[in-house]
Design a binder for this molecule. Structure first.
Ligand code: NAP
Length: 294
């Protein structure tokens, strides 16, 4: 990396932020694409979000990613918010365009890009989402935008699943249903037979609680073709292990993590990262992450 007076500055804001993998991905993409930019972390302490946003203009910072706990609050500081981010109700990328701040959500599109790479098509599919938090909402919007036929949402707190199901069916032309987790858990729910793709979006099974899974035994997985877990640490959760044993194609959260960065990089630089660069960078990212995800 050759940093000069011309080098454009990007970064990610959050609190805490030191653990972020984004600098690794973005600086590698910059190196591979030959774009003269550098990407770092900005620790934005409680109460400092407004000052941080003002600082973008003040310091001529070209764009930022936004992570926990600012993904919702930051929307109040944008001149414009892209429709998909509005529907998700959270954003993770700020683009400075003609002195305007525009907010995007690249988490959902990043997950879609990672599924496209392995030929998982959501169009016309009946999909189960386990969980109803922020990540579930991004997944639900992504599935609706991709043309899913039915989205079933199950959650420990049923009211949150009902709320999310209603938000999605209000905004998109897709059938939605909320199901009690107890009913879905062991595959006893009548709907399970037609649900062939499942997204696990809860934090259950994340390291160090690797023996946990939000759903039960083999009956749940019987009809599943594709199982996606947003967790990437461990690389194979109990949920994914059970799904694999039942013959489903399994995908962890690393692809989403990588491609949300790629999409932000593309928005900032008004370009598309080539398949060859993505393959090289994704493999390097996986190698970097291996100690954390085994
Ligand atoms: P969140 O908004 O706090 O939602 C957490 C969800 O997990 C809720 O549905 C919650 O159910 C459920 N949950 C928590 N503990 C549970 C338990 N013991 N049993 C059953 N359900 C439980 O969090 P989030 O932002 O959606 O993140 C969720 C997961 O997605 C995390 O593991 C995060 O690392 C992962 N994620 C990955 C990526 C990626 O790039 N790969 C991106 C975003 C998030 P209740 O509503 O009942 O509390």
């Amino acid at each position: 990396m050759n940093i000069s007076g011309h080098t454009k500055v990007y970064g990610v804001i959050g609190n805490p932020i030191e653990h972020s993998f984004s600098p690794f991905i973005h600086n590698m993409l910059a190196e591979e694409t030959g774009i003269d930019m550098v990407y770092t972390t900005f620790h934005v302490k409680e109460g400092q979000l407004e000052n941080a946003v003002k600082g973008l203009d003040g310091l001529n910072i070209q764009g930022i990613n936004v992570t926990v706990p600012y993904k919702l609050d930051i929307m109040n500081h944008m001149d414009e918010v892209a429709p998909m981010a509005k529907n998700i109700g959270a954003m993770n990328t700020v683009v400075r365009k003609d002195d305007k701040l525009v907010g995007y959500n690249t988490d959902a599109i990043g997950l879609k890009m990672s599924l496209d790479k392995i030929d998982v098509d959501l169009k016309g599919q009946s999909i189960l989402i386990i969980g109803a938090g922020g990540a579930a909402r991004a997944v639900a919007v992504m599935c609706a935008e991709a043309g899913a036929k039915l989205i079933a949402i199950t959650n420990r707190t049923l009211e949150k699943a009902e709320e999310l199901a209603e938000v999605i069916s209000d905004k998109y032309d897709v059938e939605t249903v909320a199901l009690p987790l107890e009913l879905v858990k062991d595959g006893e729910g009548l709907l399970n037979e037609s649900l062939t793709i499942a997204f696990q979006t809860t934090s259950v099974g994340m390291s160090p609680n690797v023996a946990d899974s939000p759903v039960g035994g083999s009956t749940f997985f019987k009809n599943l073709d594709v199982a996606v877990d947003l967790i990437y640490n461990p690389g194979e959760t109990k949920f994914l292990r059970n799904a694999k044993e039942s013959g489903a194609k399994t995908i962890n959260g690393l692809g989403m993590l990588y491609y949300q960065a790629v999409r932000a990089f593309e928005l900032w630089n008004d370009m598309t990262v080539s398949d060859a660069i993505n393959e090289k960078c994704y493999n390097a990212f996986i190698r970097k992450m291996s100690p954390e995800t085994i």
